[in-house]
Design a protein around this ligand. Structure first.
Ligand code: SF4
Length: 616
């Protein structure tokens, strides 16, 4: 039952001398690349009789012995030198990804994997999915274990972006959604208070839930080529006991006076909103909350409902902007649904993170490039962030039939490279390409590209031609020291379908980006009376190492006051264009930040009245 705890942690005191000697050598070096650091650790291991310490152990030792035995006092900047993957949190927040449980999805997309151990579209040997499965898909366990793992490898855990993935969020019952989000907040709060209830919850899951990894005996191999039952049918039958446990909870709670356990997938709006309020001043704050859904699940009511959950960004599958391709892939919705969904989400101030797929059944490299161009030419799409996931052939997906009968094949390496080069070239500066190529283990891909570093290949090819991607991710300053005087404020205006969008960015002369703000100046009817007459800040993002809230850091972009300057410029622009109020779609954990900048709490948004000096 406790498989993951089998490896006993290193006894620091036994290794104290060796650990301190390595730490001193690391801190004595002026600069250290990751490979220099590896070399130094190996050299020290040889000198210390062969004991090789992991980064995790070195960080734990530094946290324990800082300020003793000649080591410097605890300093977060020194932790950074010991970290394994510094890039993950360099955009200012630490992402925590949490997967929902296996559950039916309204889609029947032929390219989608049918791994019945997972929520729809995920594969059980993807790293994030494995973590979720190990934690029985429980939101508390997933959040707590991720926070602990981040802490152990030296990442900051004060500003957290919660990314909820799996199937179609809007299709899960509302009580499950409320419970799921509230339990994530419970984990944030327990973690901040130094409490960890994981062992107890894991024990309860082992007793009661079919989703516990040692009780999930599901071994159904689904072959897309002869799919006689759908994912939805299989999931409903094999998790029948689990589905019943979940469904019966409400009856028991409402009618039998049943005392609730942490496993009961039930919470109320009042309970969630109380957790939100607690989080406003908690040590680990939620500074962004993301869900993923399908265009045809989006309505005005749904948009406002997910906003009430605390959501600030929506991942939404466009996949294609061609009705014929959507139909051939049995997407179950049209381009008109995508258009409508994006307009609704944008009018509610959400950040729009689209998924788009080249190489779908019925498409071609040339058609893909045109489709991609349409995504940015048409004001109703223009996503803020984008994942480009070329269609991969997975054994359990129905696409196997078309592969076997010769009506579909994966693009060759060169065709895929040429397509992606054109995509990168066509991406405007306001869009962030978060991922190119989904990180699917090569063993799951039947045929076609297995290179997960394809983005690097595309970027290197562009570089050889003297070009580079203009998207946000390619221009982020990351760990560079930024002097405020080297930055200038650049403004890009574009039609966002429901009104003008202004992308304000602080950039260097070579267009490296240190911070940006997305401002909407809507001209359509507001989606809720709360937003009547208001311009809207959809996102403020300043780069630099994510650091403790309230901590002052020198030299890093995040604390050059760029956020405040961006907000003031947005307020001035909104006022110049006739808006008397400025709304912000703040995350629960950033409410205090906006209050300090003149915003007051509304129902779903925070709002600032724009007066002559643009301050309330
Ligand atoms: S909507 Fe998404 S998760 Fe559902 S079948 Fe289609 S691709 Fe898969």
């Amino acid at each position: 039952m406790h498989e993951k705890h089998l490896k006993a942690p290193l006894d620091l005191d036994t290794h104290r001398a060796g650990l301190i000697s390595i730490l001193k050598a690391i801190f004595a070096a002026e600069t250290l690349s990751p490979s220099d650091l590896n070399q130094l650790v190996r050299n020290q291991a040889r000198a210390n009789g062969g004991q090789l310490y992991s980064r995790d152990e070195l960080i734990r030792a530094y946290r324990t012995y800082a300020g003793t035995d000649g080591l410097p006092p605890f300093d977060g900047a020194l932790i950074q030198r010991l970290r394994l993957k510094p890039v993950r949190t360099s955009s200012g927040v630490t992402p925590v990804t949490v997967l929902t449980k296996p559950f039916p999805c309204p889609g029947e997309c032929i390219f989608c994997p049918n791994d019945v151990r997972m929520p729809k579209s995920y594969l059980s040997d993807e790293p994030g999915a494995q973590r979720a499965e190990q934690n029985s898909f429980d939101p508390y366990l997933q959040t707590m274990s991720r926070l602990t793992a981040y802490y152990n490898i030296g990442h900051p855990t004060e500003k957290i972006e919660i990314i909820i993935l799996g199937g179609t969020w809007s299709f899960y019952p509302e009580t499950y959604q409320l419970w799921f989000v509230k339990r994530i907040f419970d984990a944030l709060h327990d973690y901040g208070a130094g409490i960890d209830r994981s062992v107890k919850i894991e024990g309860m899951l082992f007793e009661q839930s079919q989703l516990h990894p040692l009780r999930n005996t599901t071994h159904v191999d689904v072959h897309g080529e002869q799919l006689d039952k759908s994912y939805n049918q299989i999931v409903q039958s094999i998790y029948e006991a689990e589905m019943h446990r979940s469904r019966d909870v409400m009856t028991h709670i409402l009618h039998d006076g049943h005392e609730r356990s942490p496993l009961d997938e039930y919470a109320t709006w009042d309970e969630l909103e109380a957790a939100h309020r607690f989080n406003e001043t908690a040590p680990s704050r939620c500074v962004g909350l993301v869900i993923e859904t399908r265009p045809d699940q989006i309505s005005a009511e749904e948009v406002l409902r997910v906003r009430r959950l605390g959501c600030t960004k929506v991942q939404i599958g466009f996949q294609s902007l061609n009705d014929t391709v959507l139909k051939m892939n049995r997407r179950g919705h049209t381009v008109a649904a995508t258009r409508r969904a994006v307009r609704l989400l944008r009018s509610a101030g959400f950040k729009i993170h689209a998924h788009w797929m080249p190489n779908l059944y019925g498409s071609s490299p040339q058609a893909d490039v045109e489709d991609y161009q349409r995504m940015f030419d048409d004001p109703d799409f223009r996503p803020d962030e984008l994942k480009i996931y070329p269609c991969s052939l997975i054994e359990s997906a129905e696409l196997m039939r078309h592969y076997k009968n010769g009506t579909w094949e994966p693009y060759s390496h060169q065709a895929l490279l040429d397509t992606l080069i054109e995509c990168l070239r066509a991406t405007p500066e306001y869009c962030r390409l978060t991922r190119i190529i989904r990180d699917i283990p090569g063993t799951d891909i039947v045929d076609g590209n297995k290179l997960t570093n394809f983005r690097q290949i595309v970027e290197d090819t562009l570089k050889k031609r003297g070009e580079r991607s203009r998207d946000i991710r390619a221009r982020e300053v990351r760990y560079q020291q930024v002097v405020a005087g080297d930055l200038h404020l650049d403004e890009q205006w574009y039609d966002g379908g429901i009104g003008q969008e202004v992308f304000l960015q602080f950039i260097t002369d070579t267009r490296e980006i240190a911070g940006f703000l997305r401002l909407s100046l809507p001209t359509c009817d507001p989606i809720t009376p709360e937003l009547a007459g208001a311009a809207m800040i959809r996102e403020v993002h300043v780069y630099g190492q994510a650091i403790d809230i309230g901590e002052v850091s020198s030299g890093k972009a995040q604390h050059a006051g760029l956020g405040t300057q961006l907000i003031e410029r947005a307020a001035a622009l909104a006022q110049e264009h006739g808006y008397d109020r400025l709304a912000v779609i703040s995350a629960v954990g950033t409410r205090a930040y906006y209050r300090k900048r003149g915003f007051i709490d509304g129902v779903l948004y925070q709002m600032r009245t724009l007066t002559t000096d643009s301050r309330a």
